[in-house]
Design a protein around this ligand. Sequence first.
Ligand SMILES: Nc1ncnc2c1ncn2[C@@H]1O[C@H](COP(=O)(O)OP(=O)(O)OP(=O)(O)O)[C@@H](O)[C@H]1O
Length: 327
Amino acid sequence: MRSDLDLELVKLTKRYGDTVAVDGIDHLFHAGTYACLLGPSGCGKSSTLRMIAGHEGVSAGSVVLGGRDVSQLPPAKRGTAMMFQSYALFPHLSVADNVAFSLRMKGVDAAARKARALEMLDLVDMTAHADRLPAQLSGGQQQRVALARALVTEPQVLLLDEPLSALDPFLRVRMRGELRRLQRELGITFVHVTHGQDEALALADEIVVMNNAVIEQAGPTRAVFDAPATAFVARFLGSHNVIALPDGQFAIRSDALRVTEPGAARLQGRVTGVEYQGTHVALTAATDGDQEVTALLTDQDFFGAPKEPGQAIGLGWDDRAAHLLRA
Ligand SMILES: Nc1ncnc2c1ncn2[C@@H]1O[C@H](COP(=O)(O)OP(=O)(O)OP(=O)(O)O)[C@@H](O)[C@H]1O
């Protein structure tokens, strides 16, 4: 169902000289969705985000927000706000003044600015640090301030470019939870660029997988993960095997493969590696036809019938676990 605040990309294109960074993509982001734009380095994610924000002009096509073509509007007039990778806080301004900055530019009076900034700082749990300078904050705290600063303009869409990449792994997981909570509380659309599949799976209602300047596949996160449409998507999301069978190429999740005795199984192979991962064991095998596959087995399944490198095995799966891939 469409809503008044949907964000739509129509044949959106970005060229830098001869380089086509974004090649005529179409996509509808439903209002209130947490969407992750995912893909390898150079696939066009940031260019797409910057065109939505208005920090980059469109070469062709349009960005439509709430039924209005905003492609030619300056960033502050679009109803979007962007949070950058580096946070881009002003070093000489206090936390509260950083958050209030865009309100000052809009001519909001000092008392109203202060009140609104404190409200935003409360939202990200940073009220206690309102008078500090950015240099006196940790990376995670700076990130919260950057979030508050982006949200102070009450955008309909918050654009986040690799927002967690500067944080250490522990903090990254914590901030991930906070981003998700904030998005639910505010009910606005978040479009978050990442090249991390874990991050996208953990956060997104919807993932949009890009490759070579186009969208390879988009949809609800679990639907895409459960049924990747192309070998690229299956490999990029990880945890899948791409297996060529007589009737085509299929994606089969590693945890859907069963290891059996050789003989009647659908695929025959030889164990090439066994990696203990605590709750699971990852068993790799080379199949007949020289394909490398990984089966992720529970520790109980594996240790119930342990296998050694070099041993012959069979590999089986349920039909519904195998997804035919688009060529
Ligand atoms: N200002 C620019 N001038 C010329 N080429 C550019 C410019 N910005 C990006 N590109 C090129 O456009 C393509 C897409 O870049 P973009 O930054 O959108 O990709 P990305 O998916 O966000 O990559 P990353 O994950 O590395 O940030 C790349 O080939 C890149 O080299």
